[in-house]
Design a protein around this ligand. Structure first.
Ligand code: NAD
Ligand code: MLT
Length: 527
């Protein structure tokens, strides 16, 4: 009988499902060393946010087939290490949507009516009605940052409470926003005009410290900010100072840069107009049952040799089909991630062209993998092989599949063309004999580079000295270049330069690069 280790507290409903097919051991509070020691005997691992599933744990799990995260965020799992080892990682992308949305609304109302402080006051024996004068949300403007699952539900509730709605989400069409009663606007407009701001975005390099001293200074002095998304989207020191100095109306935070929140955090010292909860967004009885059942069913299915429905790393295909397709799916996902970062902004259409030998293959899984890569910038771990097509449709992305078996520069190649609000970009890639991915064109410029985690891509005029200038500029920012390649169509025309770098590009350097004479465009890419 297979064995499942459950290393965080999960609802009994999930344990009951697992017990139908496996021996279930619940052992919570394990250190990494303890986990590494016991994991070799387990076929599956079920966690919430408490367990950190590091590369060492995954590599020690020689029998592991699946890691199930009862919740959304898989930031506590080394997903690339799991993928490399063929371990499926599943989550529950929707099980706690309602819980998190209702918590955001509860936080907004608690802050407006001083519920936590008033409660504290009464319990301490006082009857103070003067200190807790509140404000109404009715007819106030709510700015929703991130109009995905949770943001959409918050918008629906807020609309019913008579609020006016603004939304910022660069990956959503204005039609979708209008359906929800929201006016889609630019971020700076939302920050300036909103009486309330609620954040429902993933934490990415672009959203880290989105709310900082500078953006706070552009807001109304009465604005109230709610964060039930992810810690780190708000600069905690900046918001604490803004509240203390009366530059904003207040904030309600469920998530923090470091969790548990440090004992000496500046936030704990803010006297009033700040409501804090310890990451309770998903903590409802209903959500915990939903996520436990959702993930336990997927673990059960995988242990029975069936596909998982919400795999974040490996699609829900039968193992034999998967084995054949896996290299092409990785190629498609990599190219999708790459082209979305080149295109930036909102994507309107994606053309997927199967070329050469690939033209004879089943296109659907390749299309889905391409879309998963394309959407991963916006949705992170919430996009998977099951929902990628639906998410693309909801975002108004037109998908076109074409085939061309006459292209013979490689045995088989895949070309993606993304058209977006900022222009059109294309990439082509192929697989070498050993299954290694090669990117063979970028915007029609011929190159031959393996994808790497961090890359810098430039479009520039092919002229002497330009490569040296970029190299010195990167050197002055202590950026180490692992490899570099230039592709051009004609001598002294335009060219692309692809640099693999060891670490993400530090802030500010991209704008310096675009100032170098001859550079027409520059993009950072993270794969
Ligand atoms: P979702 O993927 O359905 O929606 C996220 C939305 O953010 C998408 O529409 C995407 O287009 C948009 N987006 C991405 N980058 C953006 C950017 N730079 N600017 C503006 N919009 C951007 O996710 P969801 O289910 O709505 O979850 C939202 C957040 O809530 C996530 O961070 C999730 O991890 C978090 N969450 C927290 C709790 C909790 O316990 N507090 C519970 C569940 C989810
Ligand atoms: C999630 O990612 O599902 C939420 O943040 C809640 C949790 O961590 O359980």
């Amino acid at each position: 009988m297979p064995k499942v280790l459950v290393s965080d507290p999960v609802d009994q409903a999930g344990l009951d499902i697992l017990s139908q097919v496996a021996q279930v051991d619940v052992q919570t509070g394990l250190s990494e060393e303890e986990l590494v020691r016991i994991i070799p005997e387990y076929d599956a691992l079920m966690i919430r946010s408490g367990t950190r599933v590091t590369r060492a744990v995954i590599e020690a799990g020689t029998q592991l087939k699946i890691i199930g995260r009862a919740g959304v965020g898989v930031d506590n799992v080394d997903v690339p290490a799991a993928t490399r080892q063929g371990v499926v990682v599943v989550n529950s992308p929707e099980g706690n949507t309602i819980a998190a949305a209702e918590h955001a609304v509860a936080m907004m109302l608690s802050l407006s009516r001083h519920v936590p402080d008033a409660n504290q006051s009464v319990k301490s024996g006082k009857w103070d009605r003067k200190s807790f004068m509140g404000v109404e949300v009715y007819k106030k403007t709510l700015g929703v940052v991130g109009l995905g699952k949770i943001g959409s539900h918050v918008a629906t509730i807020a609309r019913a409470m008579g609020m006016k709605l603004l939304a910022y989400d660069p990956f959503i069409s204005s039609e979708r926003a209008e359906q929800l009663g929201c006016r889609l606007v630019e971020l700076d407009f939302l920050l300036r005009e909103a009486d309330y701001i609620t954040l429902h975005i993933p934490k990415t390099p672009e959203t880290t410290h989105l709310i900082n001293a500078e953006t706070l200074a552009t807001m109304k002095p009465t604005v109230r900010i709610v964060n039930c998304a992810r810690g780190g989207i708000i600069d905690e020191a900046a918001i604490a100072a803004a509240i203390n100095e009366g530059r904003i109306g207040g904030a309600a935070l469920d998530v923090f840069e470091n969790e548990p929140l440090e004992e000496d955090s500046v936030l704990r010292a803010v006297g009033k107009d700040l409501v804090l909860t310890p990451h309770l967004g998903a903590s409802t009885a209903e959500a915990q049952v939903n996520v436990a059942i959702d993930v336990a069913e997927q673990i059960r299915d995988v242990l029975l040799g069936l596909p998982a429905r919400s795999a974040v790393n490996i699609p829900g295909l039968y193992p034999d089909v998967l084995e054949k397709l896996r290299p092409y799916l990785q190629l498609a996902e990599t190219l999708g991630t790459l082209v979305s970062q080149l295109a930036g902004g909102r994507i309107e259409s994606l053309t997927i062209r199967l070329q050469g030998e690939l033209a004879a293959m089943e296109s659907k899984p390749i299309t889905i993998a391409s879309l998963k890569g394309l959407l991963s910038q916006a949705l992170r771990e919430r996009v998977n092989y099951v929902n990628a097509s639906i998410e693309a449709k909801e975002r108004g992305i037109r998908v076109v599949e074409t085939r061309d078996d006459s292209v013979r520069d490689y045995a088989g190649s895949l070309r993606l063309i993304a058209k977006g609000s900022l222009g059109e970009h294309s990439v082509t890639g192929t697989l070498l004999g050993d299954g290694e991915i090669r990117i063979t064109t970028i915007d029609d410029f011929p190159i031959n580079v393996p994808p790497s985690r961090h890359m810098l891509l430039t479009l520039h005029r092919d002229m002497p000295g330009i490569i040296g200038k970029i190299g010195s500029l990167l050197g002055s920012f202590n950026v180490n270049i692992a490899s570099m390649q230039v592709g051009r169509k004609i001598v002294r025309g335009d060219a692309v330069m692809v640099l693999s770098i060891d670490d993400p590009l530090p802030d500010g350097i991209l704008s310096e690069i675009t100032k170098v004479p001859g550079i027409r465009d520059a993009h950072t890419v993270t794969l």
